[in-house]
Every structure is written in structure tokens, then in C-alpha cells.
Design a binder for this molecule. Structure first.
Ligand code: ATP
Length: 236
């Protein structure tokens, strides 16, 4: 279980998170909703220790305090971030990008089977294995980014707005993939502005506003919550 307690974070004088507590049970999908600038990416970056924010509070993975560990040690424990905007190696091929996901993880002899596993999950990438990442569509790039994370054999993936900028059909496809990854036993912490889809696939959800958690509960309960419906689902 990933447990965040009393996490606060700031960038110099800018406070991004205040006293955030949140937990993600093993094998669940937990969605984190909130508008632009609410602090969602900061929260994910704090977990993987990959942003220049100053933080206080505690982050534990199965009881072990990980907040002071370097990013590579956190990845080695099975926690992998798929950042917003995908951040692929634009000039490399799909397969080269995927292999980067296992880079440095002492999986020298296993990367081939990991690669086959990722292709089984994303059959559409097989015929694209030699395509340069920069020439792919947004949805295809998102698949590569998630596939690259899967190469690290994560126990928990942190997904930062995977549906951003995608056409509705592709959005559905990405959410299906997230469910499939979860069915394989991977825990998911999902940051999304697409609240309806994010709640549909989640077990639990949190709403973050101006750096604070303002609502939490089962995804079903949040879907019925008047404020959430109004603010994030575009319905009065
Ligand atoms: P979005 O959905 O727009 O990505 P978000 O909920 O992920 O938003 P964050 O990116 O976490 O929000 O930003 C939270 C706050 O921290 C914002 O006010 C933002 O301007 C600020 N912030 C983020 N990164 C930095 C940085 N590197 N330096 C200074 N301030 C930052």
C-alpha cells in the first residue's frame, strides 16, 4: 500500500500542497481529480521524488518510508511515473523507447520477455516497433509511454493525465488499457481531468483543490456527490 500523510510541498514561496493525506490500496485504481494548478502533478512528483519542490510529511510504500529516497531507488521498488506530456525520446524508435523503461534496472537478461509482455498488452505497437516516436499520434505516444513504464515491471503506476489532448475514441482506449493493466495486478494512481472516465474505472477517488484534499471516498460515492458532478462532470 502507498500511503501519503500530511504531505506539504512548495516551490520557493509558492505553496503547491498543504497537509495532503491519501492512500492507495494494493491492486486498486485510485483517481485524483482537480482543476488546473490544483497540485496533482506535484503530488505525483513528490511520490517519485522527481520535482524540485521542497516537501514535508511522510510517504510510505508497504510501510517503508520512501520520501527521502532518490528516484531510481523508488523505481526499483516498483513505483513508476508516466509523466504528463508523455516525455518520450522523440528521435528514438518505439522499441528503443520501451527498452529505456528497463534501463538501469538490472534486468539485462529479462528485457526481451518484458518487451514481449508489453507487446502482448499493446498489440498495436508491434507493427510500429521501428517507428520514430515523434512521428506517432498523441494516442500512440501515450501507449508507448505507458508501455515504457510497464517495462520496469511496476507494482504501482502513477499516470499523469494520460487522456490529455486525445480524441474521445482514443480516450476510451487508454482507459481500457489502464483497466487491463490493473487486472494484471498493477496498482494505479491516476491523475485526470476527465473525471467521468476516471471515476468510472476507479475504486476510490480524491478531489484536490488549491493544494488540499477536499473530498474523498469510493468512486461511486463521488460520482453522486453534488459538488463533484457540478465542478468536474460538467452537469448542474
Ligand atoms: P495541471 O493539471 O495544470 O498540470 P496540477 O494540478 O498538476 O495542474 P501542479 O502542476 O502540481 O498542478 O501545480 C501546482 C502549483 O504549483 C501551481 O500553482 C503551479 O504553478 C506551481 N508549480 C508547479 N511546478 C512549479 C515549479 N517548477 N516552480 C514553481 N511553481 C510550480
Amino acid at each position: 500500500m502507498l500511503e501519503i500523510s500530511a504531505l506539504s510541498a512548495r516551490y520557493g514561496a509558492v505553496t503547491a500542497l498543504t497537509d495532503v493525506s491519501l492512500s492507495v490500496e494494493n491492486k486498486q485504481i485510485v483517481s485524483l481529480l482537480g482543476s488546473n494548478g490544483a497540485g496533482k502533478s506535484t503530488l505525483l512528483g513528490c511520490v517519485t521524488n522527481s520535482i524540485p519542490a521542497t516537501k514535508t510529511g511522510s510517504i510510505t510504500l508497504d510501510g517503508e518510508e520512501i520520501s527521502a529516497l532518490p528516484t531510481d531507488a523508488i523505481i526499483a521498488r516498483g513505483l513508476v511515473l508516466v509523466p504528463e506530456g508523455r516525455q518520450l525520446f522523440a528521435e528514438l524508435t518505439v522499441e528503443e523507447n520501451l527498452r529505456m523503461g528497463a534501463y538501469g534496472l538490472d534486468r539485462g537478461r529479462r528485457w526481451r520477455s518484458d518487451l514481449e509482455r508489453v507487446y502482448a498488452l499493446f498489440p498495436k505497437l508491434v507493427e510500429r516497433r521501428q517507428q520514430i516516436a515523434a512521428t506517432m499520434s498523441g494516442g500512440e505516444q501515450q501507449m508507448v509511454a505507458i508501455g515504457r513504464a510497464m517495462m520496469a515491471r511496476p507494482r504501482i503506476v502513477l499516470l499523469d493525465e494520460p487522456s490529455l489532448g486525445l480524441a474521445p475514441l482514443l480516450v476510451r482506449e487508454i482507459f481500457k488499457l489502464i483497466e487491463e493493466i490493473n487486472r494484471e495486478g498493477v496498482t494505479v494512481l491516476l491523475v485526470e481531468q476527465n473525471a467521468r472516465q476516471a471515476l468510472r474505472i476507479a475504486h476510490r477517488a480524491y478531489v484536490v483543490e488549491k493544494g488540499r484534499i477536499t473530498l474523498s471516498g469510493s468512486a461511486e460515492r463521488l460520482m453522486e456527490e453534488h459538488n463533484v458532478v457540478e465542478a468536474y462532470l460538467g452537469e448542474a
